[in-house]
Ligand binder design. Structure first.
Ligand code: COA
Ligand code: AMP
Length: 631
């Protein structure tokens, strides 16, 4: 079957289509049906099946005689370490850590927070949870203690699995003080923290609460796989929304296994045994789906890369890893390619390596600009496939099904909707729009398996965030269009989420922090264009009447505050004091207009603007810090 037939079949008879796809998974009890309609636009997939994620990712490959195949390649240019873990070794490590969790009283349904850098043990931690039916929630290392505390209080973990430190270029990020600080701040206290000591910074363990990673496993019985219901949450992953409180995206086990398995051949075009590499971080959805679960479920070798696209040690790192480990399909964010291009525009580093094994480059996480796509394609001599997805879906909504039928690439489009996703462009009233017309991108319900069934402990918020604007549809939060050939184009977010270096951030969360500064009366954070990171946050501050301290001092304090409260990953470096914020007559801040002015783009004067003169003031102020000018 070609793409069109496959896609149509998935929409015409989803039940049959997904039951067929489910054959690729080992079930402890086969589901009798795929979809359950819970009413009121809530759905579940494979709910009456019993299954284990770790079994499917690890044990079944060992049972099938593939125990000696590499499951994980660890390549850490930042520390100089390199190692490989076979599927058999991975099984032993995962069963050991799972046993330690069980010994600490962690059982099916308990939450476990994972706070770890890019080391193979991060995958071991995720799989150990999956093995015993515990629900993991990985927190990205670039977040501050406060963000970790918010997550601890929201998912109330019984245990935390953490490393003593992560390593960023030029500095060691000690995780343990951040973890201790977060637990102090949180109302909920986990019973136990199991700490992987790294030699770069050994952590002090708190007696009675903290255990050493290896000591915790001594003398405990390795744990077996515990079958869970198909709709059992595999994990919770927090992502940015419009407000400061992150949304806990729930990933259901059965659908996630089925859908991810399907993507490995049909989208990423790899066969079991091939090396697949997603250069992301376990803290993001790409890391969950394509560093950990999907390649392992499909019997591939996955690469855990602890480094950066540039500076560890140079702009040839990606090409070295691809050549050295014979990577077949490579997945990264456009920002990473832009970073390489900026440092090595002629691609001289690439000439040093034999990349004949590489078949395609996949880009996602943010808009892929045509320059980047073309530069990478010329450099690597392989197709570059943009694909569009979200934390909420866990895998591709629109992509190029290269392993099924490679469709012609149209630069600027992530290609076409994947099976199960009935993607439509809607106008403000929710009516479908014609090809070529710009509107909100929505997906007709039900979403396919593996996508979020709800938000953790927040079904009302789930409805409000995704299901209310367009009844019967999932609102993606992106705007765009579909052309005559069915190709999708993603243009912008429709909410206050911005995308900085492929990292999804909430301007609302940053505004909440800035509003907490005693001298700030009112503020707005917008995402302005950034040549490297796609977008960068910029804060506009109105000061409390009577404050007459130097503005530089206040803006520097604000930059520090965002770093302390949200974390370095917010990359909040620019704040500007202004007299007034541009607003509509009803008081809504005109953020999109500010972005246009900062980027020196033409814009239409909003009809509802309160006082157009403010826009000139804003332009003048922005010019003082290098925005809103031609240069
Ligand atoms: N732990 C602690 N701090 C982290 C971190 C982590 N895991 N990840 C990033 N940070 C810090 C960085 O050190 C930096 O700190 P600084 O302000 O002290 O310099 C800050 O967060 C901002 O990081 P980043 O936005 O990544 O910028 P950068 O200038 O360090 O690097 C790139 C730029 C392009 C090299 C980098 O952003 C990159 O590799 N991007 C690809 C992103 C990606 O893979 N996204 C996944 C989606 S597919
Ligand atoms: P995240 O949940 O962090 O994966 O971020 C998802 C958001 O990133 C999407 O809603 C889009 O706004 C953006 N995004 C992801 N992939 C793409 C892409 N290929 N093209 C354009 N935007 C993208």
């Amino acid at each position: 079957m070609n793409y069109k037939q496959t896609y149509q079949a998935s929409l015409d008879d989803p039940e049959n289509w997904w039951m067929n796809a489910a054959e690729a998974i080992d079930w402890d009890r086969k589901p009798r049906k795929a979809l359950t309609d819970l009413g009121e636009n809530l759905y579940e997939w494979f709910a009456d099946g019993m299954v284990n994620g770790c079994w499917n990712a690890v044990d079944r490959h060992v049972n099938a005689g593939r125990g000696d195949q590499k499951a994980i390649i660890y390549d850490s240019p930042i520390t100089g370490a390199k190692s490989a873990t076979t599927y058999a070794e991975l099984q032993t490590q995962v069963a050991g850590l799972a046993g330690a969790l069980v010994a600490q009283g962690v059982t099916k349904g308990d939450r476990v927070i994972i706070y770890m850098p890019m080391v193979p043990e991060a995958l071991v931690a995720m799989l150990a949870c999956a093995r015993i039916g515990a629900v993991h929630s990985v927190v990205f290392g670039g977040f501050a203690a406060n963000e970790l505390a918010v997550r601890i209080d929201d998912c109330t973990p019984k245990a935390v699995l953490a490393a003593s430190c992560g390593i960023e270029p030029g500095r060691i990020v000690e995780y343990k003080p951040l973890l201790d600080g977060a637990i102090d701040m949180a109302a909920h206290k986990p019973d136990v923290c199991i700490i992987l000591q790294r030699e770069q910074a050994m952590a002090e363990l708190i007696p009675g609460r903290d255990l050493d990673w290896h000591a915790a496993q001594e003398g405990v019985e390795p744990a077996d796989c515990v079958p869970v219901e198909g709709n059992h949450p595999a994990y919770i992953l927090y992502t940015s929304g419009t407000t400061g409180a992150p949304k806990g995206v729930v990933r259901p086990t059965g659908g996630h296994l089925v859908a991810l398995h399907w993507t490995m051949k049909n989208i990423y075009n790899v066969d079991p045994g091939d090396v697949f590499w997603a250069a992301s971080d376990v803290g993001w959805v790409v890391g969950h789906s394509y560093i950990c679960y999907a390649p392992l479920i499909h019997g591939n070798t996955t690469v855990v890369f602890e480094g950066k696209p540039v500076g560890t040690p140079d702009a040839g790192t990606f090409w070295r890893v691809i050549a050295e480990h014979n990577v077949r399909s490579f997945f990264t964010a456009p920002t990473a390619i832009r970073a390489v291009k900026r440092e090595d525009p002629k691609g001289l580093e690439r000439q040093k390596y034999n990349l004949s094994g590489l078949r395609a480059l996949y880009l996602a996480g943010e808009r892929a600009d045509p320059d980047t796509i073309e530069w990478a394609g010329d450099l690597l001599g392989v197709p570059v496939y943009d694909h569009w997805w979200q934390t909420e879906t866990g895998y591709t909504i629109a992509g190029n099904p290269a392993g099924l039928e490679a469709l012609p690439v149209k630069v600027g489009s992530p290609t076409v909707a994947m099976p199960g996703y009935d993607v439509q462009i809607l106008d403000e009233a929710g009516h479908p729009m014609k090809p070529g017309e710009l509107g909100a991108i929505a997906v007709k319900l039900p979403l396919p398996p593996g996508t979020l069934p709800t938000l953790w402990n927040a079904t009302d918020r789930f409805r409000k965030s995704y299901l209310t604007t367009f009844p019967g549809y999932y609102e993606t939060g992106d705007a765009g269009m579909i052309d005559e050939d069915g190709y999708l184009y993603i243009m912008a977010r429709t909410d206050d989420v911005i995308n900085v270096a492929g990292h999804r951030l909430s301007t609302g969360a940053m505004e909440e922090v800035l509003a907490g500064h005693p001298d700030v009366a009112e503020c707005a954070v917008v995402g302005v264009s950034d040549a490297l990171k796609g977008q960068a946050p910029l804060g506009l501050l109105c000061l409390t009447t009577g404050v007459n301290r130097p503005h530089d001092e206040i803006t520097a304090e604000c930059v520090k505050l965002v770093r302390e409260k949200i974390g370095p990953v917010a990359a909040f470096r620019n704040a500007l004091v202004v007299n007034r914020l541009p607003k509509t007559r009803s008081g809504k801040i005109l953020r999109a207009t500010v972005v246009k002015i900062a980027d020196n783009q033409p814009f239409r004067m909003p009809a509802t603007i309160d006082d157009p003169v403010i826009l000139d003031e804003i332009r003048d102020a922005l010019q003082t810090i290098g925005y809103a000018s031609d240069g």
